[in-house]
Write a protein that binds this ligand. Structure first.
Ligand code: GLP
Length: 260
C-alpha cells in the first residue's frame, strides 16, 4: 500500500489523474472501475482537461461503475448514471457501449448482478479501480458488516451513509435505502486500485482503513490484502495517520530507490 499525501485537493486529484492516464496510455483498451461522490470530481476534471488539451484517448476504454441507487432511473439528477454522464462521460470520447453502470431499475436484481459480474470478466477484468471512501469506512456501498468476499449485489444503506448523502437530495426521505454495489471481493480482483480521500470528515475512516485491523466493519481495510494499492490523500484526510512521517519518507526516498 502506497500512501501519497498532497497539500491540496487539486494536487491530490492531479496525482491520481496521472495514474489513470498512465494506465490508459500503456493500454489504450484498459478497463477502468469508476466511483461517484464529490471526491473524484477533481480527478475527472483533470482527465477531461487531459483529453481536451493533451489528447488522452478514451475511444477504446471500457468502464464499470461501482454502484447505483435502487429506484433511480438513469435520467434522475441524483442517480449515479446522471452524475457520471455530467461529470465525465459527456466530456470525453468514450463510446456509449463501453460504459457500464449498475442499473437502479432492473426487474430482476439478482440476475442483473450476476450479469454485471460476468460482463466484467468478459471484458478482461478491471485494470484500474478508482475508489472513494465513506465516513464509515465503506468502499462503493459495502457498508460495515459486508463480507470481504462479497460480490455485486443489492445492499441496504447504513444510516450514516443516508445522512451523509442527504446533502445531494431535496429531503433526507428522498435518499434511497437500497443500492446495487460491486462487492469487496469484486473490487479486490482489480489489478490495480487507487483510493482518494479529502477533508477532515474522512480522517478517521482513512486511519482505520490503512492502519487498523482488516475488518468487515471498515470495508476499505480489505485493501490491505491487495498487492497494488495507492492511496491519495489531502492533508486533512491524512491528519489521523500515526505513521505519517514514514509515508512522507518513502515518497522522499522513492526517486533514488534501486530499480532492480
Ligand atoms: C458514496 C459512494 C462511494 C463514495 C462515498 C463517498 O457512498 N457509494 O463510492 O466513495 O459515497 O462520497 P464522497 O466522495 O461524496 O464523500
Amino acid at each position: 500500500m502506497e500512501i501519497i499525501i498532497s497539500q491540496t485537493y487539486e494536487q491530490m486529484s492531479k496525482s491520481a489523474a496521472k495514474v489513470v492516464a498512465e494506465v490508459i496510455n500503456q493500454k489504450p483498451n484498459a478497463v477502468l472501475g469508476l466511483a461517484t461522490g464529490s471526491t473524484p470530481l477533481g480527478l475527472y476534471k483533470e482527465l477531461i482537461r487531459m483529453h481536451k488539451e493533451e489528447g488522452l484517448d478514451f475511444s477504446h476504454v471500457t468502464t464499470f461503475n461501482l454502484d447505483e441507487y435502487v429506484g433511480l432511473a438513469a435520467d434522475h439528477p441524483q442517480s449515479y448514471h446522471y452524475f457520471m454522464w455530467e461529470n465525465l462521460f459527456k466530456h470525453i470520447n468514450i463510446p456509449r457501449e463501453n460504459i457500464h453502470i449498475p442499473s437502479g431499475t432492473a426487474r430482476n436484481y439478482r440476475a442483473f448482478c450476476q450479469w454485471y459480474e460476468e460482463r466484467i470478466v468478459q471484458c478482461g477484468g478491471i485494470d484500474l479501480q478508482v475508489l472513494g471512501i465513506g465516513a464509515d469506512g465503506h468502499i462503493a456501498f459495502n457498508e460495515p458488516g459486508s463480507s470481504l468476499g462479497s460480490r455485486t449485489r443489492l445492499k441496504t444503506l447504513a444510516e450514516q451513509t443516508i445522512n451523509d448523502n442527504a446533502r445531494f437530495f431535496e429531503r433526507k426521505e428522498d435518499v434511497p435505502i437500497y443500492a446495487i454495489t460491486m462487492g469487496v471481493g469484486t473490487i479486490l480482483e482489480a489489478r490495480e486500485i487507487i483510493l482518494l480521500a479529502n477533508g477532515a470528515n474522512k480522517a478517521e475512516a482513512v486511519a482505520a482503513a490503512i492502519e487498523g485491523p482488516v475488518s468487515s466493519m471498515i470495508t476499505a481495510s480489505a485493501l490491505q490484502m491487495h498487492p497494488h494499492v495507492q492511496i491519495f490523500l489531502d492533508e486533512e484526510a491524512a491528519s489521523k495517520l500515526k505513521m505519517r512521517k514514514y509515508y512522507d519518507w518513502i515518497q522522499e526516498k522513492k526517486p533514488g530507490s534501486p530499480r532492480s
